[in-house]
Design a binder for this molecule. Structure first.
Ligand SMILES: [Zn+2]
Length: 244
């Protein structure tokens, strides 16, 4: 039996719809019974992006089966401001997101990444370790068992970072320069004397504070890139999106 419903989407979500549906409310016809989750995903929007859904002003869940004539308003997911009980978000990144990975690790955030993960491994890891999957692949986010994911709207790594920082309120958790950029492991301070033979002469001369990755043995110090990164973090904190 055919049903007609009236969809309207938050503007961010609307840009994911087929072009004929991007302006305001539209009529949608389908053959019944289908969950609102299935209907929205069939229009190209992964369930990980969906927040509140209102039917005639009243909230409904993703498994709601719309009735003929229902007006459905779909909002982008919004995460509440973190409290002291909120666990720190941890991420797993899809292949080709190496630069976003580097930015997240620079901020001290837990960002798992390899450039050769299979889709099934990404999903498995996201589920077993409670990680949020970051990707530009909508199909991947439509995997039915996936609970937490984020569709990246931009191709630009800094715009992607800004989107993730904003969505998950990451300024609450940043600890800059405390995570290995190579392998994601937390760094530990190391006395200069212990690594003296591994330093180039100028580094030995100008720097006194060092940290070391216990997993891959990489050495870090606050070199020339440090100030640039600090400036970048201050801009993030001030919400100066355009300056990034
Ligand atoms: Zn490491």
């Amino acid at each position: 039996m055919w049903k007609t419903i009236f969809f309207s989407f938050d503007p961010t979500l609307a840009q994911l719809l087929p072009s004929a549906y991007r302006q305001g409310t539209f009529e949608f016809r389908y053959r019944g019974p289908q969950s609102v989750k299935h209907l929205i995903e069939s229009l190209g929007i992964p369930h990980t992006e969906i927040g509140n859904i209102l039917c005639d002003g009243k909230p409904v869940t993703l498994d709601y089966l719309p009735q003929d004539g229902d007006p459905l308003q779909v909002h982008l997911i919004r995460y509440p401001e973190p409290t002291s009980d909120t666990p720190e978000p941890r991420f797993i990144l899809d292949n080709h997101l190496g630069r976003l990975t580097a930015h997240l690790r620079m901020l001290g955030l837990d960002a798992m990444y390899r450039n050769d993960f299979q889709d099934s491994e990404l999903i498995r890891c996201a589920l077993s370790e409670g990680r949020i999957l970051l990707t530009r692949d909508r199909r991947l986010l439509m995997h039915k068992s996936l609970q937490q994911g984020c569709l990246l709207y931009s191709l630009d790594p800094l715009a992607q970072l800004y989107q993730v920082v904003e969505r998950y309120h990451l300024l609450h958790w940043i600890r800059p320069f405390q995570r290995c950029m190579r392998c994601n492991h937390p760094l530990q301070p190391v006395p200069k004397e212990a690594i003296l033979d591994r330093l180039l002469p100028l580094t030995r001369l100008y720097y006194d504070e060092f940290s070391r990755c216990p997993a891959c043995d990489q050495i870090y110090w606050k070199g020339s890139h440090y100030e640039r990164m600090e400036r970048f973090i201050r801009q993030l904190q001030r919400g100066e999106k355009d300056m990034l």
